[in-house]
Design a protein around this ligand. Structure first.
Ligand code: HEC
Length: 175
């Protein structure tokens, strides 16, 4: 490298300088990227990952029998607000007052390892198919004696249909 001389004496000095600045900025950008979590990072850090795409949701909905297949998912989402105070629903979401609901539709009652279920729920032998979920959401205590889920129940059948369809579509591993 030649010793640095005043720029005025080197008519083309600005070009290599600009090139160096450009390279420095590139390597800084690359540094920034390598520190950011990559695609697989979300699960590794335990952060919830939103994994059901719109196309997968449409397929899950189409797989359901009527009246669920024609359910109003926007209404179901709004109704879920009542459940969301006690439950998370995304994959990897934690337990709150109630267990995480990812993968619940079709699962055996009490399937979340590490959640402290009531004896009544553990002994129920229930499977959360659509009909059983309907009874549960209508009146949890009527279905499982001694349940810890202190939710009063959803009386309107069409509300339960919308909520269950939304739940299925948003908490099911994609096919
Ligand atoms: C006040 C808190 C609370 C609210 C509100 C609530 N839940 Fe729960 N939920 C619980 C608790 C606690 C349990 C565990 C019940 C037990 O062990 O008896 C539970 C269990 C469940 C289960 C069984 C899960 C499993 O792993 O077997 C489902 C399904 C469920 N809730 C769905 C819902 C839905 C849908 C709503 C909204 C309509 C709702 N919950 C509202 C607290 C709540």
């Amino acid at each position: 490298m030649s010793p640095v001389r005043p720029l005025a004496s080197r008519p083309h000095a600005s070009r290599p300088l600009a090139a160096i600045l450009f390279l420095v900025s590139l390597s800084l950008a690359a540094c920034g990227k390598s520190e950011a979590p990559d695609g697989g990072g979300a699960e590794a850090t335990g952060a919830p990952a939103a994994v059901v795409t719109d196309v997968q949701k449409a397929a899950l909905l189409a797989d359901m029998p009527e009246p669920y297949r024609s359910a109003d998912l926007a209404k179901g989402k709004a109704l879920y607000a009542m459940c969301g105070s006690c439950h998370t629903y995304v994959k990897g979401g934690g337990n709150m007052t109630g267990p995480n609901l990812w993968g619940t539709v079709g699962a055996k009652a009490g399937h979340v390892a590490g959640f402290n279920y009531s004896d009544g729920l553990k002994a129920s032998g229930l499977v959360w198919d659509l009909a059983t979920l309907d009874k549960w959401i209508e009146n949890p205590r009527g279905l499982v004696e001694g349940t810890k889920m202190s939710y009063i129940g959803m009386k309107a059948p069409e509300d339960r249909v919308a909520l269950i369809a939304w739940l299925k579509v948003n908490t099911s591993p994609a096919n």
